[in-house]
Write a protein that binds this ligand. Sequence first.
Ligand SMILES: [Zn+2]
Ligand SMILES: [Zn+2]
Length: 335
Amino acid sequence: MKIKSIICMLICLCVLSGCGGNTEQTAASNPVSSSTSSRRTTTSKSVSSSTSSRRIESATTESSATTTVAEAPTTSSQPQCSHIWQDATCTEPRTCILCNQTTGKALGHSYSGKYCVRCGASNPNYEETIEVYYLSLDQYSETIYIGNQISLTYSIYPDNATNKKVTWSSSDSSVATVDQSGVVTGISAGEAKITVKSENGKTADCKITVKEDIAAKSSLSVPSCPKTINYYSYSGSIYSTTRVTDISYKFEETYNGEVNLLIYFSGEKTYDSQGSGQSSSCKIGYKLYDADNYVIADGTAYTTSVKVGEKYKDKEEIIYFLKPGAYRLEILHVN
Ligand SMILES: [Zn+2]
Ligand SMILES: [Zn+2]
């Protein structure tokens, strides 16, 4: 009983409100609908509102297209367009928004760096600047003598940096100078810092110690060669003979400001009492005199073991810890 009456009431409500009335309300509330649409909806009430609005759109498009074509011939006879100009842009000239007529030229892009400052377009000619990130020198510290030069070499990272220019400078050019190729010259004893700097401010430096060349302040006079030197036995007979063909030398500075003298003897054995097939060292006696003719050192150089007719080369003798100065070498027979 109750269910039946409820169904009855629902049917009654439906009849009273009316389904057709609902459809009309929807059409009226649709903001897109126009007089055309309402006409259409009245003629065909079953059409849903969404379908009708789509149809309206297509109808409107058709009609506007037709209007443009229809008005075209009448434009020439009408007064000219009262242009409303839109400013020129990078890519478009000044253009009337009503008739699309143009005047002048497009501005063209105004690039600043990577982009156009007006429109933001990318600059096709823009090249990224690669900054110097790090600078290094091949030497951290170096010692040179007054008047001598060394060449410093720098490296730039990354090596494709855009600006690879550098400048060189010395912290004390009375001690050491540097040219713009990195060539350092010792001027006086002391220390100076040589710096290489990139244009974006990266630096690398090398400590340069400049010293006086003590070894260069020493000299040695050697006997003229060739010279024949005998090695006598205890009985006074000649044991062996060598012909010294060359004497060379160099001074080396020691840690304490003295010099070591290195002497090199070259020559050949010319006689051996044991027979020419015997092999033994040749012996060369020497004395070293200072500038005042005092004997500073003496000794015997033992060459490598050679047979008669064989040569020896650069037999080294070292005389240690001499004061820098002028010396004279004498070579002697050996007893
Ligand atoms: Zn216009
Ligand atoms: Zn632009």
